[in-house]
Ligand binder design. Sequence first.
Ligand code: P5A
Length: 444
Amino acid sequence: MYLTKSFIPILKNNPSEAKIKSHQLMLRVGMIKQSSAGIYSWLPLGFKIMKKIEQIVREEQNKIGVQEILMPTIQSSEIWKESGRYDDYGEEMLRIKDRQDREMLYGPTNEELVTDIFRASVKSYKSLPQLLYHIQWKFRDEVRPRFGIMRCREFYMKDAYSFDISDEEAFFSYNKFFLSYLRTFKRLDLTAIPMAADTGPIGGNLSHEFIILADTGESKIYTDKEIFKVNSDDTKVEKKSLEELRTKYENFYAVTDEKFNKKEFEDKVSEKNRLITKGIEVGHIFYFGDKYSKPMGASVDLPGGKKDFVKMGSYGVGVSRLVGAIIEAKYDDKKEVMKWPISIAPYELSIIPMINKNDNSALEKANYIYNELIKNNIETIIDDTDENLSSKIKKMNLIGAPFQIIIGKQAEGDLLEFKETGQESKKLKLEEVIKIIKKEKAKN
Ligand code: P5A
């Protein structure tokens, strides 16, 4: 991509309305544009990153055998009346009437709709478990939308749903998602801790929030520092290993505000290991048994001829919120340097040539390198504007490709000035640069 042809509307300074660094950076480099309170358009740079995050989330769901579907954003009120949540959900639900005066709503979540889909087709225990997910926009009329896309009204969520024959099988499904979430966040280069959580309007009595640490997070958390040492790398997707993994986490005190108990915290965690800080909720999983299947009549035939309501759970990842959460975790706002993890970077490398009106050599060299990188499947952006070198570097530090090649006045020889964004530069040949980037990409 040539910067002059791109749609990346960069601002000179931080917009004053943005209070946290993710919101500042996203507006500054034109990743999003607000269209009304809590509702945003996603511009090319932001959209590219969100799509890459979505793809990682999708791959990790597919790996544990969840099947992708796509449900609509607009739902009928009927199914919500069946479950009893139409009134309970309150003002956060955006209610609409169609031309026939039918009550519709913009889905804030999909437990009812997916239960309706399930009950229409699945009749026997032999078809269980069923694990379904979709990645779709949601709408919640939040009282106080804030921090840009972190708490907005329209947001992009991955929501999955499990249907099982018994509590035991349902816990197995729950634990599969538990592991899958740890793997997903790790691929995004985030350390997410699973914490016992309240279930709110979704319901049930087993629930974990996945929280990443950030000073600007909205959740206050109390945890044992030792929890960061739990390793999930070799966990197999089988009942026993998954149970062991969840227990390993649950053995450590780790809760959000709503579940905090001072005495318990102090009894369970030694003084040196106590961590009280803030975090961002990037995922949330729930087990609620027959809360929806019973009132909605989603039952299956059991082996002995009896029928029973299926046991359900639901599992959410805030895909659009993750864009902001990753910025909160990675952006150095003092130095104004963003380095996206290569797995989701909008560009893997930026070429920054110093363009001199009377001498085309730097631009020619930049073009040559650009074409070589593209041939090697390395996503590259080249700053072909005629601004000075230092303002170009500033801009590229904000866009956040994890690697940079700087081509100064004397564009001679085959050694390039190569940088990991925000670090000191090194002199390397183009082949070496390509090798380094390919190696980094292969790690994912
Ligand atoms: C789980 C999937 C649910 O809705 N039903 C289907 C369950 N859970 S949740 O915790 O309410 O939401 C899941 C994740 O969505 C993100 N999220 C938001 N992101 C941006 N703005 C919002 N207003 C917002 N509300 C929720 C969070 O990451 C949350 O973990």
